[in-house]
Design a protein around this ligand. Structure first.
Ligand code: PEP
Ligand code: MG
Length: 584
């Protein structure tokens, strides 16, 4: 029966596919498609792992001391029964042969199917057997890992994946449905197998949503109980623009969305023609459209979209999902140089690491025990709390600057003391490199304006910095006291709130008055509904996901910046700017 689930719209477009439910705790399990000629081998690999677990449990059972409690023997019996269940092997085999999932993915998928059945059982004893099933699955996964399973998928090209997805054997695209997904886990899906995805939790500017947007696939977050209501393999439509999921759609609905999907594709093709057109307004104002990236490899998309540089390299993505081990200087230096090379001489703004809040180093830290992680040891605070770590990053950035134009951007500053400490560490990093005789280059120094305190002391900031970049995602969060990742208060997260617009307008105006460059690198910069207002406020540098550049460029090309000035002032002074924006 068709039903719909409403959440928050994250990115444009429509995806139609079968649901793949991924539990957050399983996101680090390798997910990739195997080649058709490897099916038998993969089925056998899982069988070998399962047999090994059976053998292990049988041995433990055999060697149980006489005084062992009888429940233990009974428990091992249950484990053996679950392992030898016909449905387990048939289910796993199904996912491998029909869907071409790798062994680990097939095992966890089948686990999810069973877990759902256990959840629905009336008998509490049987319901509790889910924990046993989980343990058994864990053991198989451990064996699969030990049996030389590649941690990284063999990374087939995107094209090959598409062939696989659209080819004869597997003509169904897949959509990912999860309760939650850490930003680092989302990265695993970046070379995406998936045509779209949805999570139960999260806000529009949560970092999970940001990574989703950068993947340019339809996504919905904050869809509450989607992962409970949708079953493995259900047909789902994800409308990323309306923030709606339609489950088990009727043929009529499918046809309607199929039509919308094709319209969207045509629109993209049309926009593609603007790739080489310079972003200049009707009255001749040049506008810089820059890219936000998470990894050096993202520069490919940035160049393809015609970005004139990287306005925000979120370097923390080099730090996340590594089990807490930090990248060393050489590794970081190589990554920054790769980004510079990827941009072919265009400037790259590297933001120092912004770990904390909804971007934990490790997944386990997601259950952060701090009461207000967004107000805690995050971004520059985290860096200043660990000078050796911060110096390592600063040295790597300075060294990369010998290879091209690097701007160094510091997140979340709010105190002069923090500014001074940062500058002093930067000097110290230079001295360390001098002492080692290692070459490095000059950097322009910028601060992010993302806490109201910073926006209210611009003159001080501009004494120390060459440029400013407004992080509207956090500026909104901290001005309005709304957790950007919490769907329960998402309706109050308002980019058009007069207080937010006031801080933004003042920042742009002060920078212009002092002749210092200013950009916006929060999600607002890529929102076509905001382009005219930002132009009217005097903004000339916008940094966004490469996938949004062409749509924003279209707005720029149609705008008369001088005429927008008076209107923009009216909008920000009105009681209800969102309404005034629509009317204008
Ligand atoms: C912002 O806060 O607007 C920003 C660009 O930084 P991040 O989204 O990474 O916190
Ligand atoms: Mg921020």
């Amino acid at each position: 029966m068709t039903f719909s689930i409403h959440g928050l719209a994250v990115s444009r477009g429509i995806a139609i596919g079968r649901a793949v439910l991924v539990a957050s705790s399983r996101a680090d399990v390798a997910h990739y498609f195997i080649e058709p000629d490897k099916i038998a081998e993969e089925v056998q690999r899982v069988k070998v792992a399962r047999d090994a677990v059976v053998e292990e449990i049988t041995r433990v059972q055999r060697e149980l001391p006489k005084e062992a409690p009888p429940e233990l023997a009974a428990l091992l019996d249950v484990h053996l029964m679950l392992l030898q269940d016909e449905q387990l092997s048939t289910g796993v085999k199904h996912w491998i042969t029909e869907r071409h999932y790798n062994g680990e993915w097939a095992v966890t998928t089948q686990y999810e199917v069973f877990a759902r059945q256990f959840d629905e059982m009336q008998d509490p004893y049987l319901r509790e057997r889910k924990a046993d099933l989980e343990q058994v699955t864990e053991r198989i996964l451990r064996y699969l890992k030990g049996a030389g399973s590649p941690v990284q998928p063999p990374a087939p090209s995107r094209r090959a994946q598409q062939d696989l997805l659209l080819g004869d054997t597997l003509d169904v695209p897949l959509v990912l449905i999860a309760h939650d997904m850490a930003p680092a886990d989302m990265l695993q899906f970046k070379q995406s197998l998936f045509a779209g995805f949805a999570t139960d939790v999260g806000g529009r500017t949560s970092h999970t949503a940001i990574v989703a947007r950068s993947m340019d696939i339809p996504a919905v977050v904050g869809a509450r109980s989607a992962s409970q209501l949708i079953k493995q393999d259900d047909w789902v439509i994800i409308d990323g623009e309306a923030g709606v999921l339609i489950v088990d759609p009727s043929p009529i609905i499918l046809a309607e969305y199929g039509f919308k999907q094709r319209q969207g594709e045509l629109e993209r093709e049309r926009l593609n023609r603007l790739r080489h057109t310079p972003a200049v307004t009707l009255d001749g104002q040049k506008v810089e459209l820059l890219a936000n990236i998470e990894l050096p490899e993202d520069t490919k998309g940035a160049v393809a979209a015609g970005a004139v540089g990287v306005g925000l390299f979120r370097s923390e993505f080099l730090f996340m999902g590594r089990g807490g081990a930090l990248p060393n200087e050489e590794e970081q230096y190589q990554a920054y140089v790769r980004a510079l090379e990827g941009m072919h001489g265009l400037p790259v703004t590297i933001r120092t690491v912004d770990i904390g809040s909804d971007k934990p180093l490790e997944r386990s830290a997601r259950q952060d025990t701090h009461l207000n992680p967004a107000l805690g040891l995050r971004a520059i605070r985290w860096s200043l709390a660990d000078p050796p770590m911060f110096l390592t990053q600063l040295r790597a950035i300075l060294r990369a600057a010998a290879h091209g134009q690097v701007n160094l951007l510091v997140p979340m500053l709010g105190h002069v003391r923090e500014i001074r400490q940062t500058l002093s560490l930067l000097d110290h990093a230079r001295v360390q490199l001098d002492n080692r005789g290692v070459p490095y280059g000059p950097v322009k120094l910028g601060a992010m304006i993302e806490v109201p305190a910073a926006a209210l002391m611009l003159k001080v900031f501009l004494k120390y910095f060459d440029f400013l970049s407004v992080g509207t995602n956090d500026l909104i969060q901290y001005t309005l006291a709304i957790d950007r990742a919490d769907e329960a208060v998402a309706h109050l997260y308002d980019p058009c709130h007069p207080a937010v617009l006031r801080l933004l307008a003042d920042t742009i105006a002060e920078c212009r008055a002092q002749g210092k460059p200013v950009s916006v690198c929060g999600e607002m910069a890529g929102d076509v509904g905001m382009t005219r207002l930002l132009l009217g406020l005097g903004l000339r540098e916008f940094s966004m996901h490469p996938t949004q550049i062409l749509a924003v460029k279209q707005q720029v090309l149609r705008a008369d910046a001088a005429k927008l000035e008076a209107w923009a002032q009216q909008v920000i002074l009105s009681d209800d700017p969102a309404q005034a924006l629509l009317a204008g």
